[in-house]
Design a protein around this ligand. Structure first.
Ligand SMILES: *Cc1c(COP(=O)(O)O)cnc(C)c1O
Length: 328
């Protein structure tokens, strides 16, 4: 029989983490329950983050990746939903590090915060509603360096716009748009959809941003094209500029540019750097990992695992900091 402990998506009960973090406390996984009557409207406005921590076997260290940036965006998402969290981004960063240590995470690990109007059942009474926050951890397998490529299509679904369901909010409800596009794409035999906005310009994938490479320039749709303000996108732009000497452009991208691009890749916390082999059966480059995509992927991989000494401000060592503090 299924128990509450079985309920971690994708993992049997034996692999469920020991704790999750809920409203300021580490709570044993199986005891973190919510009443069934809360299901439904209460999560209509829920916002979330997907954050990763990368394990370094060489150093025996887990590196939280861009925690501060993610919790700043989480705060923006909560603000846009008129939530009033009881915790600052800094407190949530510290809570995430505590949770990773409490669960003794020593492998690549997802950190997933979720915030919702805990007492609201419909539109009203937001001013009285507590903002509930839960953070969970789960292992993941990195695609970095795996050579994995995906086949994409242009979706028949239009990406939501800023004046409808703003893509700037990392909101559960926006994922209905992503979900319809992803379901259609996979039923049609593709791996990932690429969504266009109402003007017919390229936006992003269902849960990741997108770069195309043309004549040595890395091009990504502008932040006003209808995309989530991806933290990975910002990191890639910075890597191109600071490390790789690759010119970048943030601008509107036409659909047909996808069909003549030299390289295309998705980027995001979940997607990491995922090369695209074809769009609507137009092969991209040679259909493998493009040369610039490969360079970006290797650099990204080295930086997140601490093999590249730079960008230390984006890595939060989970165990060393605690050991150093304990030694004081
Ligand atoms: C989370 C997300 C991304 C990627 O953002 P990162 O900050 O790079 O993880 C891109 N698009 C959508 C729709 C997302 O939800």
């Amino acid at each position: 029989m299924a128990t509450i402990g079985d309920s971690m998506p994708g993992a049997p009960a034996s692999e469920a983490p020991k704790y999750l973090w809920m409203d300021g406390e580490l709570v044993p996984w199986g005891q973190a329950t919510i009443h069934a009557s809360r299901l439904g409207w209460s999560t209509m406005g829920a916002v979330f983050e997907g954050i990763k921590a990368y394990w370094s076997e060489a150093e025996g260290e887990l590196y939280g990746w861009q925690f501060a940036e993610h919790y700043r965006r989480f705060a923006d998402s909560m603000r846009l939903q008129r939530m009033r969290p009881a915790f600052t981004p800094e407190q949530l960063v510290a809570a995430s590090a505590d949770l990773l240590r409490a669960n003794d995470c020593r492998e690549d690990t997802y950190v997933r915060p979720l915030a919702w109007h805990a007492d609201a059942t419909w539109f009203g009474h937001l001013e009285d509603s507590r903002t509930g926050i839960v953070i969970t951890t789960a292992p993941f397998t990195s695609v970095l360096g795996s050579g994995k490529v995906v086949r994409a299509c242009v979706s028949s679904w239009t990406r939501v716009g800023d004046n409808q369901l703003s893509p700037r909010i990392k909101c559960i409800s926006n994922y209905q748009n992503s979900r319809m596009a992803l379901l259609e794409a996979t039923l049609d035999g593709y791996d990932q959809p690429i969504l266009l906005n109402s003007a017919g310009r390229v936006t992003e994938g269902p849960a990741s941003c997108l770069f195309i490479v043309r004549d040595g320039v890395a091009i990504t749709p502008s932040l006003t094209s209808g995309v989530l303000e991806s933290i990975t996108r910002t990191a890639v732009l910075r890597f191109c500029h600071d490390e790789l000497g690759v010119p970048t452009q943030e601008r509107e991208v036409d659909r047909t540019e996808l069909y003549i691009a030299d390289e295309i890749f998705f980027c995001g916390t979940g997607a990491e750097i995922t090369p695209v082999a074809a769009v609507d059966h137009y092969r991209v480059g040679t259909g493998g990992v493009g040369p610039l995509t490969g360079r970006i992927e290797r650099l990204f991989h080295d930086v997140v695992r601490g093999r590249h000494a730079g960008y230390a401000f984006w890595r939060r060592p989970i165990y060393t900091t605690a050991r150093a503090r304990a030694a004081l």
